[in-house]
Ligand binder design. Structure first.
Ligand SMILES: [Zn+2]
Ligand SMILES: [Zn+2]
Length: 445
C-alpha cells in the first residue's frame, strides 16, 4: 500500500497530467445518506439505485456514523410512507433483512458496508468507497435560533471521525481539519476531503473556506434542499465562492486550489422515475449532480488518488468526451460529448497573478428568526474569477499566458430538459478543475 502523497508531491503529478491509455472515466457520488442516519432507505438500496443508473462508485456519507457494527433501526415510519421492506424484498428476496416486530416498532438490522459491498461490488463495474459526513453545527448560546452547519466529507476513510463542539465556525472548520489530518497521518491509503455546501443556511464564507489549508475539495453544487447553490442578492453563489477561495489560497496562502465537487447529498430514494423531468420539484433525490473521475482502475484508492490530483470534473448533466491539460504547452482543452439539438457555451474562467485582494466585508445578515449569517467579502478587482474566453461550440482550448493564478472551464447549454429542485431548475453544466497554478505555488515559497 502506498502512503498518501502530500500535496507538494501531487503538484508534480498533476502538472504532468499525462494520460495513460488504460485510464477511464468513472461516474460517482461522494455524498449519500441512508438509514444509518437520516436517509430514507437501506444502504444496499441506495447502492443499487446508483449502480442501476450507470454510476461506478458511491460513497455513503452518513452523519457522524460509519456503516459498521450492529445497528437496529426502527423503520416503521418508512414502511408506512414508502413501503421500504416490500421494495427491499422485491429486489433482494425474502429472508435477507433481519427484522424484529415489537408492537408498533419494526426494528431492522442495517447492513454494514462490508455486507453492502458483497451485494453490489462488481470488479471494474461498481464499487463502494467508505466515508462519512462529519457533521457539526455552531449553535447560538444566547439565540437558539442561530444554527450554522459545518459539514465535510472525507472520502476513503474507515474510522469514525467524530467532531466535538467548538465556539465558532472557524474553530469547527479547524477541528474537522485536525480530525482529517490525524487520520491521514496514520492511514496507509489516500483520502480526499471536501467541505460541503457553504451556503447551507448561509453558514460559511469564502474567506473561511479558503483558510482551511488541509482541504482538497469544495462542493460547488449540492442538489439537496436548502443548499442555495445560486446564492441571492446578499450572498454569492457557490461557484463564485469557489473562485474567491481559490484566488485567496493561491495569492495569499500559496497553497493549491480546492477542486470543485457536485453531489446529490441524497436523503430520499422514493421519487418515481417519471417525476424527474416532469416539472415536479425533487427533494433530496439521487442522480442530479455527480463527479466524473479519470483513473487507471476502479478501486477506492485509485479513485481517491485521482481526485486528489484534480483529475475529475463535476457535472449536473453535461458529459465531456475529452479533457486535457498540457502543462508544458500551457493549454487546457476539452471536447463535449454533445447531445443532438443542444447548443453549448464553454467559458474559461480565472484570476490573474497580479490581482489585488482589496475587499470590503459586508455586515452579517440577520434572518427573520434573528439568526446571524456571515457574508463573503466583495472584491474591487473585477478580474477575480472573470471570464477569459468564451466559445460557442462543442470543443475549445485556452492557451495560458503564464500570468494566470489558475484557469478552469465551465460548460453550459440550452438543454431545457432540466430537473427541478427547491431553488429552481438545475442548469446542465460541467465544471473542470483549476489548472496552471503550480508556478504561483513554487514562486510563493
Ligand atoms: Zn451536510
Ligand atoms: Zn449530507
Amino acid at each position: 500500500m502506498t502512503k498518501f502523497i502530500p500535496w507538494a508531491l501531487l503538484t508534480l503529478a498533476f502538472s504532468g497530467c499525462a494520460r495513460v491509455d488504460s485510464q477511464q472515466w468513472y461516474k460517482g457520488n461522494t455524498h449519500t445518506h441512508t438509514l444509518w442516519s437520516d436517509g430514507d432507505d437501506f444502504p444496499e438500496m441506495a447502492a443499487d439505485w446508483y449502480k442501476r443508473h450507470g454510476y461506478h462508485f458511491l460513497v455513503l456519507s452518513d452523519h457522524n456514523i460509519m456503516s459498521q457494527g450492529e445497528k437496529f433501526k426502527n423503520v416503521a415510519k418508512h414502511v408506512k410512507k414508502n413501503d421500504i421492506i416490500a421494495k427491499h424484498e422485491a429486489r433482494w428476496g425474502t429472508g435477507v433483512l433481519e427484522k424484529e416486530i415489537d408492537g408498533e416498532k419494526i426494528r431492522v438490522k442495517l447492513k454494514t458496508l462490508e455486507q453492502v459491498r458483497s451485494m453490489v461490488d462488481e470488479p471494474g463495474r461498481f464499487i463502494m468507497i467508505e466515508g462519512l459526513e462529519i457533521t457539526s453545527s455552531l449553535r447560538g448560546k444566547e439565540n437558539p435560533q442561530q444554527v450554522l452547519p459545518v459539514h465535510s466529507n472525507p472520502v476513503n476513510v474507515d474510522e469514525l471521525l467524530k467532531p466535538e463542539p467548538r465556539a465558532s465556525v472557524d474553530e469547527l472548520l479547524d477541528h474537522h481539519a485536525e480530525l482529517i489530518s490525524g487520520y491521514m497521518a496514520r492511514a496507509d491509503h489516500p483520502v480526499f476531503w471536501h467541505i460541503n455546501h457553504p451556503n447551507f443556511k448561509y453558514a460559511i464564507t469564502a474567506e473561511q473556506v479558503a483558510r482551511v489549508l488541509a482541504a482538497q475539495g469544495l462542493e460547488i453544487f449540492n442538489a439537496s434542499g436548502g443548499c442555495n447553490n445560486q446564492g441571492n442578492e446578499e450572498f454569492p453563489g457557490a461557484e463564485r465562492i469557489w473562485d474567491i477561495v481559490n484566488t485567496i489560497r493561491l495569492k495569499e496562502y500559496g497553497v493549491p486550489p480546492l477542486f470543485g465537487c457536485a453531489t446529490d447529498d441524497t436523503h430520499r430514494y422514493h421519487t418515481p422515475e417519471n417525476h424527474y423531468h416532469s416539472g415536479a420539484v425533487l427533494h433530496d433525490a439521487p442522480g442530479l449532480a455527480w463527479v466524473m473521475v479519470r483513473a487507471a482502475s476502479l478501486t477506492p484508492d485509485a479513485i481517491t488518488q485521482a481526485m486528489r490530483r484534480g483529475d475529475f470534473y463535476a457535472s449536473t448533466g453535461v458529459a465531456l468526451k475529452d479533457l486535457q491539460y498540457d502543462a508544458k504547452a500551457g493549454v487546457l482543452s476539452l471536447e463535449i460529448d454533445s447531445q443532438p439539438g443542444v447548443t453549448y457555451t464553454i467559458q474559461f474562467i480565472g484570476s490573474p497573478r497580479d490581482i489585488s485582494l482589496d475587499h470590503k466585508t459586508p455586515d452579517p445578515v440577520v434572518d427573520d428568526k434573528g439568526g446571524s449569517h456571515p457574508v463573503s467579502s466583495t472584491y474591487s478587482d473585477v478580474r477575480l474569477g472573470a471570464v477569459l474566453k468564451e466559445v460557442h461550440g462543442t470543443k475549445a482550448a485556452y492557451q495560458l499566458t503564464g500570468d494566470e493564478l489558475y484557469v478552469r472551464a465551465v460548460v453550459s447549454c440550452d438543454d431545457e430538459n432540466m430537473a427541478i429542485i427547491g431553488e429552481g431548475a438545475i442548469q446542465k453544466q460541467a465544471w473542470t478543475q483549476p489548472v496552471g497554478w503550480e508556478k504561483q505555488i513554487k514562486e510563493s515559497r
